[in-house]
Design a binder for this molecule. Sequence first.
Ligand code: B12
Ligand code: SF4
Ligand code: SF4
Length: 312
Amino acid sequence: MQPNRAAYTQLIKNEAKEIGFMFCGVSKAEFLENEAPRLEKWLTNNMHGEMRYMENHFDKRLDPRLLVDGARSVISLGLNYYSDHKQVDPLAPKISKYAYGADYHTVIKDKLKQLLEIINEKIGDVNGRAFVDSAPVLDRAWAKKSGMGWIGKNSNLINKKAGSFFFLAELIIDLDLEYDIEPTADHCGSCTRCIDACPTDAIVGPYVVDGSRCISYLTIELKDEIPQEFKGKLDNWMFGCDICQDVCPWNKFSVLHNEPSFSVVPELLDMSKNDWEEITQDVFQKIFKASAVKRTKFNGLTRNIEFLRNSE
Ligand code: B12
Ligand code: SF4
Ligand code: SF4
């Protein structure tokens, strides 16, 4: 056993907080035995729709040792994005809170890089890789394993003191650390609010989300036309969807984020329904310059707005 294991773990957790992460938990890098049959079933039932990348690297997705040579530890990190800002026009097509500011992939990648540099500086030569949606890693399963929270019936990772409006990411490193082995109990109880509230019936059962029915998929990931069966069911969401989190009682405990890059672009809140319906390439570029909304591109966003308009 490394004598400094506990001290290194504490150092990493302290530094993660300094960098701005709300949570940091550590797990042993090993095969995710419980998740294997669930992931397999999810894919077999085609719940990934056209997200073909989910079919790739099945083994790597379940075992971090296949992603990083000599991997010993998975450091799970949570970055808060909760904001109580609301779009001014109640009829304006809605954008999920997670996309109010700069693209989280860029923001988190920078922070992970910073943390890895600090580890190398203060602990020594540590080989590691940073992950934020960029490679096959089951973020929520690792966060759960590291004691950050439980996976709710809406399949989001929920923390008792902070709800679920936070992103997840990992550093996988070849250093032994002290592991958080006390998993958080499931606090969903008999609640079914998220299942009842989902307008497209995407939460097909407790803990199982059919991705291909989720508004987030239909408005962001799906490249073709949105199927007609969803006409009138998107609840006016044009990018992502927050419903199953907004109705979750644990999100009463959400705290406002303090990440400057996630500050909301003011124009985004001020645009009326009419402004959105008449949005031009120039306005799109200006508002979403650094945003994750660029993922859908101008054509994707206008397709969504058009679909909502035709659903009225
Ligand atoms: C693909 C994907 C999607 C797809 C599919 C959603 C899905 N549920 O898988 C779509 C586009 C629909 C989507 C939507 C959203 N996503 Co998304 N998505 C991902 C991605 C890239 C992979 C997820 C994955 O592996 N799915 C495969 C399935 C099998 O996994 P799963 O649904 O998580 O299922 C697990 C559990 O449900 C559990 N399980 C299954 N059965 C049972 C039974 C019991 C009893 C128990 C306890 C558990 C359990 O086992 C499964 C395997 O671990 C991750 C990033 C990553 N690399 O992990 C982000 C991620 C999960 N998404 C995220 C977010 C924020 C969202 C949205 C909220 C965005 C929005 N506002 O529009 C919505 C939420 C929709 C929802 N309710 O899940 C965050 C979640 C943060 C958090 N606190 O949980 C992640 C982690 C991205 C990030 N880096 O932060 N997403
Ligand atoms: S994000 Fe919206 S559409 Fe997707 S599962 Fe949650 S409530 Fe349903
Ligand atoms: S709304 Fe209820 S059932 Fe759904 S995740 Fe939250 S506590 Fe669990």
